[in-house]
Ligand binder design. Structure first.
Ligand code: GLA
Length: 660
């Protein structure tokens, strides 16, 4: 007989024993294709660097090597008993910058957390009771400082199960729900309300208007030098003198009329609101051609994107000659006898191409690098900067993305002066041209570019690496390069009219998976709403880089909600900031010109949660009228706070205006 005092202990010990017939199932035997991670692919019995698993100097023969941010969903039948592992940061990560945190969630409850772990820390022992659990999540987070060197290992990870084997599953599927009502059939003028141009430069601005066609346009107070085409809404010409002109733009169709003021500022500053447009890189990469660019311009019009303010049609890398390429379409002489850069055979006539784009009321962009070669190995501008800019002017380009890439071999060191040098050089040349060319700095945030991007002449600067550098990692990159980079560096202090932080393109619709296929974005529908909402709060350029000729109704709904775009294009030009963070719930706020606030309630977690925006966090007082921007619907009057349930990786995006 057991003494009554020892009975509970005995029963507890008994419960902890595996049931008779229990089986051990290694984590590494599950279908790891379902594991989502921020970089690379999950590794069986080795680290992400493909070395033997090793944590805190101790080797492990079995387990899974992954990379933050990593999530694996696992289905259990309630009869799994335990999950055992030794978790830690792999020794091969090779940098003190690495830091991870492991979390295990069962049926929405946190079952285990490692806390922050760094290189050299001994692995932490995991022994989690799984009885009754049906959905398990194994997560490796970046410990809040970005994913660099975050090589997390689940060593000797295994399940003890009495019933079915655990099965790795995809994250729950979401339906792509279109939240935004179609624009009214009556005319409505959308997009930027303020536009900058330099004296003497060719002017082109298309009045973006939704509503039934045919539609006619008119404008009052157009300054001398500009003319409006009533049939197309294109305003062209040039302004001789500096000045600010309030132009009353009007649009009319059979059903009604609309009017809105466009402020034209003729001065030294371009890009008074963030650029809107399309770029070829993430869908066409090194296959881009003249035909593709013309089709993109056509699609910008046919899809209606032009009616919401999208303006630039930009070629990325791979239009120049690729020195030494055996491919006749890419090879040849990089420059002509005068030293002027040549386009490759896929672009037989650049001037004809930009003429075509301009004839649609759109603007044309190009790309190069300050080094001898572009990132993809094509001829670039080094030691030909003056000639190349002259060529872009001759060809009629309106936008230049200036990448870094091979300039790494030219720069003497990584100091700020060397980082700035090529951008100072090119912007000084651009400033002398009789044409406005917007300059986008693409150097991935080096040397805190946001602190000096505007000073060296950039109208925008990339704030991080390539958002879609790893196709599978786009979801993780969205949270890392969007939320974390912006909050950590307080980037709201830097962007503004004339110079914008650029977290990279809108990666939705059909994208290249870098393995020769064009496939739908890996972002879930809610992640796509999050992507667009955050970009608008950040005052980021809105450059779509999916296949514009195949943008479906859901993709266009993400890109073309005019109330959402109005936040991005708000003339005050004040980027938003993170106002509150409570675990996975984040509240971001952007102050608008009319005194209202755009507020994003975001949920970075794996399960729906209620997110609350408190007036005290977002700088408001008194009753507010809350409007749901995605649904374009008023939600009512609220006092003190607004809260709403937010789905996994999703957002509720609202505008708060003081109640009258
Ligand atoms: C870099 C840039 C990308 C793209 C490619 C082209 O990676 O960051 O946006 O321009 O180069 O090669």
């Amino acid at each position: 007989m057991l003494a009554p005092r020892t009975l509970p202990l005995f029963l507890a010990a008994l419960a902890a024993l595996p049931a008779l017939g229990a089986e051990t199932v290694p984590l590494a035997s599950l279908d790891l294709a379902h594991m989502r991670q921020g970089w690379g692919r999950p590794q069986v019995n080795r680290s992400i660097r493909e070395t033997p698993l090793s944590v805190g100097g101790k080797r492990f023969a079995h387990g899974v090597g992954t990379h933050a941010a990593s999530v694996l969903w696992i289905e259990l039948d309630g009869k799994a008993e335990r999950f055992l592992a030794s978790a830690g940061l792999d020794d091969a990560a090779g940098s003190p910058a690495g830091s991870v945190d492991f979390t295990i969630i069962g049926d929405g409850r946190k079952l285990w957390q490692s806390g922050v772990m760094r290189q050299g820390d001994a692995a932490k022992e995991v022994d989690v009771d799984l009885r009754g659990v049906r959905t398990l999540l194994l997560m490796v987070g970046d410990a809040g400082d970005g994913i660099a060197y975050d090589h997390g290992d689940w060593c000797e990870a295994r399940f003890i199960v009495a019933g079915a084997r655990p099965a790795a599953i995809a994250a729950p599927r979401e339906d792509a729900v279109i939240l935004t009502p179609p624009p009214p059939r009556t005319p409505r003028i959308n997009g930027a309300r303020i536009f900058g141009v330099r004296p003497g430069s060719p002017f082109l601005f298309t009045i973006p208007a939704t509503g039934d066609r045919p539609m006619t346009f008119a404008a009052d107070n157009l300054p001398a030098g500009l003319a409006l085409d009533p049939a197309t809404g294109f305003i062209t010409g040039s302004l001789a003198r500096k000045g600010t002109y309030a132009v009353a733009c009007r649009a009319r169709n059979a059903l009604g009329a609309a009017e809105r003021t466009l402020t034209i500022v003729c001065g030294d500053t371009l890009a008074l609101t963030p650029h809107m447009g399309w770029n070829s890189w993430y869908v066409w990469e090194n296959h881009v051609t003249d035909t593709i660019m013309r089709d993109a311009a056509d699609a910008m019009v046919a899809s209606g994107m032009i009616n919401h303010g999208y303006m630039y049609v930009n070629i990325d890398d791979c239009w120049s000659v690729k020195p030494g390429s055996p491919d006749a379409a890419l090879g040849g002489e990089p420059r002509d006898a005068r030293g002027m850069i040549n386009s490759n055979a896929r672009f037989p006539d650049m001037k004809a191409l930009t003429d075509y784009i301009h004839s649609k009321g759109l603007k044309a962009g190009t790309y190069t690098s300050p080094g001898p070669l572009t990132c993809a190995g094509f001829a670039a501008a080094y030691q030909h900067e003056e000639l190349d800019v002259r060529r872009y002017v001759e060809w009629g380009f309106d936008f230049l993305k200036y990448d870094w890439c091979s300039y790494g071999g030219v720069a003497k060191d990584g100091g700020t002066a060397e980082l700035q040098k090529p951008y100072r050089l090119i912007s000084a040349i651009l400033a002398r041209q009789p044409r406005d060319i917007v300059l986008n700095l693409c150097q991935y945030g080096m040397g805190n570019v946001w602190e000096w991007g505007k000073e060296v002449g950039g109208q925008s600067w990339r704030t991080a690496g390539d958002l879609g550098g790893s196709f599978e990692g786009i979801g993780a990159a969205l949270f890392r390069d969007g939320f974390d980079v912006y909050a950590r560096n307080e980037l709201h202090k830097f962007g503004g009219p004339g110079g914008w932080n650029d977290p990279d393109y809108l990666l939705i619709g059909y994208l290249s998976n870098w393995r020769g296929q064009t496939v739908p974005t890996p972002l879930t529908p809610n992640e796509q709403y999050t992507h667009m909402s955050l970009w608008c709060i950040l005052a980021a350029p809105l450059i779509f880089s999916g296949d514009i000729t195949r943008a479906d109704a859901f993709t266009l709904n993400i890109l073309c909600n005019d109330e959402v775009i109005a936040v991005d294009q708000d003339p005050l030009g004040k980027p938003g900031r993170r106002a509150a963070k409570n675990d996975d719930a984040e509240v971001w706020v952007r102050e608008l010109e009319d005194g209202a606030r755009a507020v994003g309630l975001f949920n970075r977690g794996e399960f729906e949660t209620v997110v609350a925006a408190a007036w005290s966090d977002i700088g408001l007082e008194g009753p507010q009228v809350v409007r749901d921007l995605w649904r374009q619907k008023d939600l009512g009057r609220f006092t003190g706070k607004f809260s709403a349930p937010v789905p996994r990786h999703g957002v509720v995006f609202v505008k708060l205006a003081a109640a009258k």
